[in-house]
Design a protein around this ligand. Structure first.
Ligand code: F6R
Length: 249
């Protein structure tokens, strides 16, 4: 895993955008995996203004809350439409977002896995990080080999997502996420500092699902100074960034 420490959340979003731009330089029709949540909003605003051509892009998303119909303001589909997809010039038949209101969630999960395979696999998966170390809605204790499936949310996650959040989700598994060719995690703010320390410097363990990034050959963790504040080896990562070739080189 490479940790990239940027001065603040805007600079972190700029660096994340640079990764996406590099991907489009190599591939006009990539497969992107999206995350919901507050963290990627600055990146999504930049993608909307980027001038990149998204018409060939296949989109998938990490997770969805169970039971919410299309258009529900708390649904992740709505969030991604409002904050990224609408106005991006996408082709609807290339967008496959998880449905938390599917009548058979197990079936939805296996169909989703098949759809990712049919699209050729995910080129770049955007990830956020829960304060408890979750990725997608793979809460602590999730199998590191897990596939897309329904999952019960942790109490801490429910509190973070606010009143009225359904207790159940459907989420890509950790095994599913690890198959993406490039992982791009963004974590910003002091509230994420301990989780960042655990995934970057702690042991690989299902108790910290994000530590699974340690297994991936191309995992990038872009953080701001606040989120990096508990890293023992922060100086090393700054040194790496100052001295190495830039993104994609
Ligand atoms: C959302 C997701 C979650 C979030 C995480 C952080 O699709 O997969 O793992 O990335 O809960 O959320 P924020 O960014 O709101 O702090």
């Amino acid at each position: 895993m490479e940790v990239i420490i940027r001065p603040d959340a805007d600079a972190a979003a700029e660096t994340a955008l640079e990764f996406v731009r590099r991907l489009y330089e190599k591939k006009a029709d990539p497969v992107l995996g999206l995350a919901t949540g507050k963290t990627p909003l600055k990146l999504y605003a930049r993608l909307r203004a980027s001038g990149l051509d998204f018409s060939g892009t296949h989109f998938f998303n990490l997770d969805e809350l169970v039971g919410l119909p299309d258009g529900d303001p708390k649904s992740f589909r709505r969030f991604l439409r409002d904050n990224l997809l609408d106005g991006l010039g996408i082709q609807e038949d290339r967008v496959r977002l998880l449905r938390g209101d599917a009548p058979d969630l197990e079936r939805e999960a296996s169909d989703y896995e098949s759809a990712i395979k049919e699209a050729g696999g995910i080129d770049l998966q955007i990830l956020g990080l829960g304060r408890n170390g979750h990725i997608g809605f793979n809460e602590p204790g999730s199998s590191l080999g897990s596939r897309t499936r329904p999952k019960t949310l942790d109490r801490e996650t429910l509190a973070d997502y606010g009143p009225g959040t359904p207790r159940f989700s459907i989420t890509m598994g950790i095994g599913t996420i690890l198959e993406a060719r490039l992982l791009l995690m963004i974590a910003t703010g002091e509230g994420k500092a301990e989780a960042v320390r655990r995934i970057a410097e702690g042991p690989l363990t299902s108790e910290t699902p994000g530590s699974a990034l340690q297994l991936h050959p191309r995992a990038h963790l872009v953080v701001d100074e606040a989120a990096a504040s508990r890293l023992a080896r922060a100086d090393y990562w700054r040194w790496v960034w100052d001295n190495k070739w830039r993104v994609g080189q």
